[in-house]
Design a protein around this ligand. Structure first.
Ligand code: ADP
Length: 485
């Protein structure tokens, strides 16, 4: 079977909300009116006919009961009873005895004015049909040329213990429906015009209401697109639009934050890169102009160049790593390993600082320290903690690494008795480029990226982390990893 391609529906050009809403309202109004017209004008006729048929059937039954059951009923009383029935139901009754002896017409007493001109013909047709069918009761509707509307005819043959058999006819005209339909039609036309006009007014007002906040949001969004982050997406009367405004406000704040960070990053990075680059350039010039022939001097200057290049490479590496971890581009390879052993490996590389008078203590844990994590990244965290502990120690050169077991986790702590961290820095120490304003800390080399890299790595491990510090007494940086079975 050939598939219908609905692509054209998807590719339709977008229309304005107002036009669409107006269109929907008009279509809805027209559909409603069409339904009303169909219901009123088409179904009303058949509904009226069915109700008249029901009345005729019930009427003929009542007349037959009066005739056959009431022994003492006189002619006049009988006529009066049928007359009442005729008036109540707007039906023309005729009763005719078989030999023609007992014959009455309710039209005589009820509504003499409404006489069916063709009653005799209808009656004789009905009688013939009743006799030829062999049934007690028949019904049909006739639409003869002389009459404007259809007529419903019911005929019944009734036997009585007290009187002879009779034919009872009930004839009802559907003529009253005509004028009623005329009135309805003109009323409906009037109602339709009102409904359509009202629909258009409601559509215009509500589309205006809806489109107004959208247009305001659009205006602000355009500003945002042009890089103006001081925007405010205003709230309106609609929940969905308010949610959209909230989301856009949040997005604007986020964009502003990351734009500020980008500017900071650029400023910091260019500053941090410029210092070693200047050093490298100066020392290279010195070698070219002065120390080129002096082996000892040249070696010394080349050493500075190599050191500065290392610093530069480390800085660029840190920046790249941080942005890769933050953006999720850095992949993490989880494995089971002994945290104590990994920490010890890093610890050993710092042993050299003992030559500067440091006391380095590694407390071997008495419990198993198996964890499931990215070993290289965790080693980098430990290395950053250790390097900071060493870097920010003044006269009290003491660093201790120890482990604790807490709620199924292994807690690794790196403690020092260094300069400590002032309150201002403590609040956002894990954010990048946060460096202490303390004189003692400012004299140390650093990029302010180490702890934010640690924080990103630990977050990716769902690990708890933190620090305790008091100014002039020292700090203790720690993290917890779930103990693996
Ligand atoms: P960096 O050390 O390169 O400046 P970090 O992100 O590792 O960057 O640390 C940020 C700041 O936190 C440091 O500049 C320092 O002021 C402070 N800090 C970190 N560790 C310690 C510590 N053990 N003792 C005192 N201050 C610390």
């Amino acid at each position: 079977m050939k598939k219908i391609d609905f692509q054209f529906l998807k590719n339709r050009p977008a229309r304005s909300l107002r036009v669409k809403l107006l269109g929907f309202f008009i279509i809805y109004g027209l559909a409603l009116l069409a339904l009303l017209w169909i219901m009123e004008l088409t179904l009303l006729g058949s509904y009226y006919q069915r109700s008249m048929e029901k009345k005729c059937r019930e009427g003929i039954y009542r007349v037959s009961v009066i005739y056959s059951m009431d022994e003492d009923l006189g002619y006049n009383e009988f006529c009066s009873e049928i007359g009442t029935l005729s008036m109540e139901n707007d039906i023309y009754f005729l009763v005719e005895s078989q030999d023609g002896m007992f014959s009455i017409s309710s039209a005589d007493v009820s509504s003499p004015g409404r006489f069916f001109p063709e009653t005799n013909k209808i009656m004789s047709d009905a009688k013939k049909m009743l006799e030829s069918s062999g049934k007690d009761e028949i019904s049909f509707s006739s639409h003869s040329a002389g009459m404007k509307s259809a007529t419903i005819v019911f005929a019944k043959k009734v036997e009585s213990r007290f009187r002879g058999p009779v034919y009872i006819y009930a004839v009802a005209s559907l003529a009253p429906l005509g004028p009623a339909l005329e009135i309805l039609r003109s009323q409906l036309l009037f109602t339709s015009v009102i409904v359509l006009v009202l629909g258009v007014i409601v559509a215009v007002i509500s589309s205006k209401h809806l489109a107004k906040p959208m247009a305001a949001i659009n205006k602000e969004a355009k500003k945002l697109g042009l890089g103006d982050f001081d925007v405010n997406f205003a709230q309106g009367d609609y929940l969905e639009i308010n949610e959209l405004a909230d989301t856009l406000n949040e997005a604007a704040t986020e964009l502003k934050t990351s734009d500020d960070l980008r500017k900071d990053l650029l400023a910091n990075v260019s500053h941090d890169l410029r210092t070693p680059l200047t050093m490298i350039k100066s020392y290279a010039e010195m070698i070219r102009d002065l120390s080129g022939d002096n082996r000892e001097k040249r070696e010394e200057h080349l050493g500075v160049i190599i050191d500065e290049t290392d610093r530069l490479a480390g800085l660029v590496g840190d920046i790249l790593l941080l942005s890769r971890v933050q953006s999720g581009a850095e992949s993490f390879t989880l494995e089971r390993f002994d945290l104590a052993r990994a920490a010890n490996e890093i610890f050993q590389t710092y042993k050299i600082v003992e030559e500067d008078g440091f006391t380095l203590i590694f407390e071997q844990p008495t419990f198993p320290c198996t964890v499931y994590a990215d070993k290289a990244k965790i080693k980098q965290v430990i290395s950053n903690f250790l390097s900071n502990a060493v870097k920010y120690s003044e006269d009290n050169k003491y660093v201790r690494v120890f482990f604790e077991r807490e709620d199924g986790c292994i807690k690794l702590c790196v403690e020092d008795k260094g300069i400590g961290i002032n309150k201002d820095l403590q609040e956002n120490i894990w954010s990048r480029y946060q460096r202490s304003s303390q004189k003692a800390a400012r004299s140390k080399e650093g990029s302010g990226l180490g702890l934010s890299i640690c924080s990103e790595i630990l977050k990716r491990h769902d690990a708890e982390y933190g620090f305790e510090s008091s100014l002039g007494e020292g700090s203790c940086f720690w993290f917890k990893l779930k103990q693996a079975k």
